[in-house]
Design a protein around this ligand. Structure first.
Ligand SMILES: Cc1ncc(COP(=O)(O)O)c(C=O)c1O
Length: 439
């Protein structure tokens, strides 16, 4: 390793990382370009995970790099409250122009987690602004991931993310998850079985009464718990039930947004428009932290009342719409548009699907699933040692020049949308080799 003695690995308590394992044998990236990272020992590693599902246009894209350089020298910071700067408005206008119909207003944040909190607070405050303040409950879903802040882990459904942190938010309930290995294993694309799970929302409404429920929040495709593709008609049913009962539907598109499924947003892919749409990650190609929360006109307009000198919504961040992030966001949207990346996934999805499903039959593989340019290979866990087998696959793949992501005993793939067929071949061949050699 080429790490100087003064670089003390102990000081940095790393996020969502096996710290002791890492620090015994660190894995460091020192540069990146397009589909590849370079490690501190000079090796090339193909990025089959778009960083953390965020580098949708690949690494080191000239337009984005240049936009940030220029912005840093022109306007480094402007207050986000009671002041503005042109780039934040330009980015917001660009975003609403490409978003599903009716989502015509956008609030900026600095991450997916903050976008989630913003969306949940907006939903509750919206009902209150309309004089319907008894609607305070939030309905999430088992196996949902909505970031790590208190609202997000409360509506989220990942046990280790929740169990250490006390009572969480009150007034939260959960839909069942839609992962059904018995009926849907090895499905290509959208699974056939499970739309009826959306009816569980009616059961929850029956328990609490619709008049107490503000919003339902789901990831259209659950990413972090292993690429759980919604069953056919499931999202449509959720939409119908929410409409019937005056409940807002929130889509967390932090992963699915900006082209991951081969359409700009999952809302476009599934033809289901939420009332609030949460994005982050691909918004700036992962280069500068930023999130964007899209809201329907009725929601925005419900706040635009009262004396005009009074703040309408008591919420926001020091860095909401930060100039550098805005500049990165504009350059990212231009890169996506110039290169057709928001729909490129649709052209490659079939090739990616065929490659991925060719891994069926390899040792320990109990499911393979895919949609757009995202896929997962689920492994049988080692008895009594959950996560160990997939983590070993992660380490072996890294040694062979491939970055994959694992969650539990599931391997997730989500390469940058500039991926070529030859890159997909490399990903599948390398992963196949890793799987064949696993204990
Ligand atoms: C669906 C979803 N929501 C929220 C988040 C949280 O985003 P961040 O890590 O930027 O806070 C993530 C991150 O992976 C995510 O996948």
């Amino acid at each position: 390793m080429n790490i100087s003695a003064t670089n003390n690995l102990e000081a940095f308590w790393m996020p969502f990382t096996a710290n002791r394992q890492f620090k015994k044998n660190p894995r460091m990236f020192v540069s990146a370009d397009r589909m590849h990272y370079t490690t501190s020992d000079g090796r090339q590693v193909m990025d089959a995970t778009s960083g953390l599902w965020c580098v949708n246009a690949g690494h080191n894209r000239p337009k984005i790099v240049e936009a940030i350089r220029q912005q840093a020298g022109e306007l480094d910071y402007a207050p986000a409250f009671q002041m503005g700067h042109p780039k934040a408005f330009e980015l917001a206008s660009k975003l609403v122009a490409m978003s599903p119909t009716g989502l015509d207003h956008v609030m900026f944040t600095n991450s997916g987690s903050e976008s989630v909190e913003t969306a949940l607070k907006t939903a509750i405050a919206y009902h209150r602004a309309k004089g319907d303040g008894s609607r305070f409950r939030l309905i999430g879903r088992e196996r949902g991931y909505h970031g790590v802040n208190f609202g997000g882990i409360s509506v989220g459904g990942i046990v280790p993310n929740r169990k250490m942190f006390g009572t969480l938010l009150t007034g939260v309930d959960h839909l069942p998850h839609t992962h059904d290995l018995q009926r849907n294993a090895f499905t290509r694309g959208i699974p056939e079985h499970g739309a009826e799970l959306a009816n569980e929302l009616e059961r929850i409404i029956g328990l609490h009464d619709a008049s107490t429920i503000a919003a339902v929040i789901v990831e259209p495709v659950a990413g972090s718990t292993g690429v759980l593709v919604p069953p056919k008609s499931y999202l449509q049913k959720l939409r119908e039930i929410c409409d019937k009962h005056g409940i807002l539907l929130i889509f967390d598109e932090v992963i699915t947004g900006y082209g991951r499924l081969g359409a700009p947003f999952a809302a476009d892919y599934f033809g289901v428009v939420p009332d609030i749409m949460i994005t982050a990650k691909g918004l700036t190609n992962g280069v500068i932290p930023m999130g964007a929360v899209f809201v329907k006109n009725e929601i925005h307009d419900a706040f635009m009342t009262g004396p005009e000198h009074v703040i309408e919504f008591f919420h926001g961040y020091t860095y909401s719409g930060n100039p550098m992030a805005s500049a990165a966001g504009i350059a990212t949207m231009e890169t996506y548009q110039e290169e057709g990346l928001l729909t490129r996934g649709a052209e490659l999805a079939g090739y990616f699907e065929d490659g991925l499903h060719s891994l069926k039959g390899l040792p320990h593989v109990i499911d393979i699933r895919n949609i757009g340019i995202v896929g997962a290979v689920e492994l049988e866990p080692i008895a009594g040692e959950p996560t160990r087998r997939a983590f070993q696959a992660f380490l072996d793949a890294y040694d062979k020049g491939l970055l994959i992501r694992t969650t539990g005993d599931i391997i997730a793939l989500s390469p940058p949308l500039i991926v070529e067929k030859s890159d997909i071949d490399f990903i599948i061949d390398t992963l196949g080799g890793v799987l064949k050699a696993l204990d």
